[in-house]
Ligand binder design. Structure first.
Ligand code: NDP
Length: 449
């Protein structure tokens, strides 16, 4: 598909391609934002004059480091660690750490770039960053994961801090990993600095609702999109990919709002359960026992497991991709639309390819892009930072209400901005323009830095 890109912006994209060779996911994320920005430059010519787009596409700082550790067989292992501190115009760098064998600079930069606009949309004072490693926690013992995290933090600690850069979790990094990372940070710095990491355990500085936040927030966002169309989750058949943190709490909130989730997956295949996914079982298998989703069918004989299957072939009203980038291609998007899907809310980051996005937009379904729909996770991380700063801890209900209000505001801001720039109902343009304008104005105010 040839991209639709404004002539003022096209040379900037070419420069990004030339300066960042081989980083295909980063190119994809940049192009998606740049395609929306033509009308913004007409309204704000100072952004072009000040080369805001070029500056936003260049991370403020990129750190790549060696992470050596010793496995259970006494063998030395070497991984690569990354932290890309993308933009701090609105606050300290904020964004998760991903531990997955596919991680390289291009993935970290795509995630960091998206994070800048997502964080701006939350309305909270946080800049954007992202990090991670090509370490694969799957099949590793707790001791191995701990030694890896300790080695990772032994370098990372000098670059982060509550006013500088505040990492959190992402794929492969949950409560266990954040605990090991925090422990090592505390040990090296001799500081009990709660605000340096978010996603902490509840008994040592964590926030209620942070675990649930990304999934709950994504469902709140889709609920707002449905409300605009005089519809709701009530009675909707839903498919939620993945079976990790985002997927589990997306499923939980859909059920609370009256919908039914019939499928769940991991990187090996999907399960289909017509009667509705047994979420307690998924939590037990994935959060506690760290097993595969295929084990689900040992407990429910009426469910089926499709090894290597494509979860998007299941007809549904609402699809919520919650696993990883580019998990919905053009063919999948076409299948979803033809099967009657009316709404897509992205819990994952950039889970739909550009071809897929175009199909959703052309079909005029309610399509909520990740940088808006999954912003509830980082927003609640910022609420965790607020609680840490005031040495307070809020109740579950109060925190969830704050999250819901934030998602409502993000929806409204995307909706109104899409209208303002002449593309009503296009949440991609709405999110890109609203996020960009907020960061750009702050950068203009701060001069050439
Ligand atoms: P988890 O590690 O908890 O779960 C990831 C899930 O996605 C697992 O079921 C995993 O299966 C599956 N998955 C991962 N990689 C692939 C792949 N290449 N192909 C197919 N399936 C895959 O991660 P999270 O739930 O935290 O993150 C999921 C998505 O949500 C990511 O895109 C992340 O960036 C995004 N996100 C997360 C936030 C958070 O707060 N955690 C915030 C905002 C966005 P398997 O076990 O087989 O690998």
């Amino acid at each position: 598909m040839s991209p639709v890109i404004d002539e003022k912006v096209a040379p900037i994209y070419q420069e990004v391609l030339n300066r960042n060779p081989g980083e295909v996911e980063f190119h994809q994320a940049v192009l998606e934002v740049l395609e929306s920005l033509g009308p913004v430059l007409v309204k704000y010519p100072e952004f072009a004059h000040q080369k805001i787009i070029q500056r936003i596409c260049e991370p403020e700082r990129q750190i790549i480091f060696r992470v050596p550790w010793v496995d259970d067989q006494n063998q030395v292992q070497i991984n690569r660690g990354f932290r890309v501190e993308f933009n701090s115009a609105l606050g300290p760098y904020k964004g998760g750490l991903r531990f997955h064998p596919s991680v390289y600079l291009g993935i970290v930069k795509f995630l960091g770039f998206e994070q800048v606009f997502k964080n701006a949309l939350t309305g909270l004072p946080i800049g954007g960053g992202k990090g991670g490693s090509d370490f694969d926690p799957k099949g590793r013992s707790d001791g191995e994961v701990m030694r890896f995290c300790q080695s990772f933090m032994t370098e990372l600690y000098r670059h982060i801090g509550e006013h500088t850069d505040v990492p959190a979790g992402d794929i492969g990094v949950g409560g266990r990993e954040i605990g090991y990372l925090f422990g090592q940070y505390k040990r090296i710095t001799n500081r009990w600095e709660a605000g340096v990491l978010t996603g902490k355990g509840l008994s040592w500085g964590g926030s209620l609702v942070r675990t649930e936040a990304t999934g709950y927030g994504a469902v709140f966002f889709v609920d707002e999109m449905l409300k605009v169309r005089n519809d709701s989750f009530e009675g909707k058949k839903c498919v939620v990919s993945g079976s990790g943190n985002v997927s589990i709490y997306t499923t939980e909130k859909i059920v609370q709002l009256g919908g039914k989730v019939v499928a769940s997956s991991d990187s090996n295949g999907y399960i289909y359960h017509e009667n509705g996914i047994d979420l307690d079982l998924v939590k037990q298998l994935k959060e506690i026992e760290r097993r595969r989703i295929s084990d689900y069918v040992n407990y429910h004989k009426d469910a089926k497991y499709v090894a290597g299957g494509n979860i998007w072939e299941i007809p549904c009203d609402v699809a919520m991709p919650s696993a990883t980038q580019n998990e919905i291609n053009g063919k999948d998007a076409k299948m979803l639309v033809e099967n009657g899907c009316i709404a897509v809310g992205e819990g994952a980051n950039m889970p739909t390819t550009p071809e897929g996005v175009k199909i959703f937009l052309d079909a005029n379904i309610a399509y909520g892009p990740g940088k808006a729909a999954n912003a509830g996770g980082v927003a609640t991380s910022a609420l965790e930072m607020q609680q840490n700063a005031s040495r307070d801890s809020w109740t579950f209900d109060y925190t969830e209400e704050r999250l819901q209000r934030i998602m409502k505001n993000i929806h409204q801001s995307c909706y109104e901005t899409a209208e303002e720039f002449g593309t009503p109902g296009n949440y991609v343009n709405g999110a890109n323009c609203a996020g960009f304008i907020k960061v750009a104005k702050a950068m203009v105010a701060m001069g050439i830095i």
